[in-house]
Design a protein around this ligand. Structure first.
Ligand code: ATP
Ligand code: MG
Length: 434
């Protein structure tokens, strides 16, 4: 992409309500902009990142045997009345009426709709197991939409639902999805923990959350410094007041609190802040029973499906990557999430030699399918460099004054290191680095 043709409206200032780095830098870097409370537009760079994350999620899920579908975003309210959730979802679920006064819902999640889809289409134990997922818009009228993409009202979620003929098989799938989610978050370059979560009546291991570790996280978790034990404090403390009080505390304040208990492995436990990016949940037959969704078992006897559900906050992940990967100057994208891997910066577009080399390198990299931006704008070097820092391209090739000596610089965003490379070797060097 030529920067002179791109729509990347970077700014010096962020709105005052943007207190977190991801919120500030995604707005300042021209990735997203706010349409209303908890409503965001994705501009070209933001859209590329979102699609990259979506692609990683899809690739790993498909590899694990899941099938992608797409359900209607608007669902009839009758569906929610039949499952009993019309009352329990409260004000988070936005209800609307059509011109005939029929009630509908902007789907906050899709258990009911997915059960309806499978009901009467999957009729035998021989058709099981089945794991269907979608990656699409959800709407939740959150009481406090805040922190940009971290808690929106309209957001992109991957929601998956699996159907089984036995509890044992459902638990097998639950473990498979736990392993698959770990692969996804590892590929995205995130430092995360899997923690036991509150699963109401279903019991200890029935629900797990995936938390990206970040001081700004809204959740408080307890982790062991030796083994991989982790738990959301919701599973440890009895009352909501205790949980809320800890969630209100900052990461720094929590570090002064000692836990008097040890982990069962003998390791030390400490509090961390986490951003919940995934949630896997053993449902059992709660929805299949309520919606009378049955299959015939080996003896031809109808039985409700055993189910599990699996969620990932896809748009929340965009911000989570930046909460973990930024500095005072802006974003630092990981390999799998960078909107462009390479930025070629022409220091002075009046220098024909600089332009010629930049164009040649740009064409060569494109021919090799490298995602590359060419900063060919008529701006000062310092201005363009600041922009590159803010956006967070992993590598910027600086073609400037040193070209007179046959040299160009490759700047690495994460380490801030500049290496000088002979102009004839720069293509090979970039191919080696990325
Ligand atoms: P939270 O406790 O953060 O409100 P939740 O328990 O309501 O999350 P789930 O219903 O399990 O979330 O939804 C699955 C995933 O969708 C979550 O793990 C999270 O990553 C994402 N998610 C939920 N609410 C939002 C939101 N308002 N904005 C962006 N992502 C969200
Ligand atoms: Mg919620």
């Amino acid at each position: 992409m030529r920067r002179s043709r791109a729509f990347v409206p970077t700014t010096k200032e962020a709105p005052t309500e943007a207190t977190l780095p991801s919120h500030q830098f995604l707005i300042r870097g021209g990735f997203i902009n706010q349409q209303g409370a908890g409503l965001y537009n994705f501009m070209p760079l933001g859209k590329i990142v979102l699609e990259k994350i979506r692609a990683v999620v899809k690739e790993e899920l498909d590899r694990a045997g899941c099938s992608e579908v797409q359900l209607s975003f608007v669902t009839p309210i009758g569906l929610w009345q039949r499952s009993g959730r019309c009352d329990t979802m409260g004000k988070e679920m936005l209800r609307i009426a059509d011109r005939h006064n029929n009630g509908f819902v902007l789907s906050p999640t899709n258990e009911e709709a997915m059960v309806e889809l499978v009901k009467n289409r999957v009729t035998s134990y021989k058709d099981l197991p089945l794991n269907l997922y979608q990656i699409n818009t959800k709407f939740r009228d959150e009481a406090r939409p805040r922190y940009g993409l971290l808690r929106g009202r309209e957001f992109l979620m991957k929601d998956g639902y699996s159907f089984h003929s036995s509890t044992q098989d459902m638990i097998r799938e639950f473990h498979l999805m736990e392993a698959t989610y770990k692969k996804i978050f590892t590929r995205l370059g995130l430092d995360f923990r899997v923690v036991a979560a509150d699963s109401g009546a279903i019991g200890g291991t029935g629900s797990k959350e995936f938390h990206v570790l970040a001081d700004s996280g809204e959740d408080t978790i307890v982790v062991c410094d030796v083994c991989d034990y982790g738990a959301n404090i919701e599973t440890i403390f009895e009352t909501e007041e205790e949980v809320d009080a800890l969630n209100e505390k900052s990461y720094a304040e929590l570090q002064t609190k000692t836990i008097d208990e040890k982990c069962s492995c003998g390791g030390n436990l400490s509090f961390k802040k986490g951003i919940e990016v995934g949630h896997i949940f053993q449902l059992g037959d709660r929805y299949s029973r309520a919606l009378e969704a049955n299959f015939n078992d080996e003896n031809g006897k109808p039985k409700p499906f055993e189910m599990a559900t699996f969620g990932i906050g896809v748009s929340r992940l965009v911000a989570s990557v930046i909460e973990q990967n930024h500095d005072e100057n802006g974003c630092i994208w990981t390999k799998e999430t960078a909107p462009y891997m390479v930025n070629i910066l022409i220091s002075n577009i009046k220098e024909s030699e600089q332009v010629a080399l930049a164009e040649e390198l740009y064409a060569k990299l494109q021919a090799r399918h490298v995602e590359v931006m060419l900063d060919d704008r008529k701006e000062r070097f310092g201005f363009k460099m600041k922009d590159a820092e803010l956006i967070g391209f992993p590598y910027t090739v600086i073609i400037g004054k040193e070209l007179a000596n046959g040299l160009v610089q490759i700047y690495e965003r994460r380490t801030k290191e500049n290496i000088s490379v002979n102009k004839d070797a720069v293509f090979e060097k970039i191919m080696e680095l990325i």
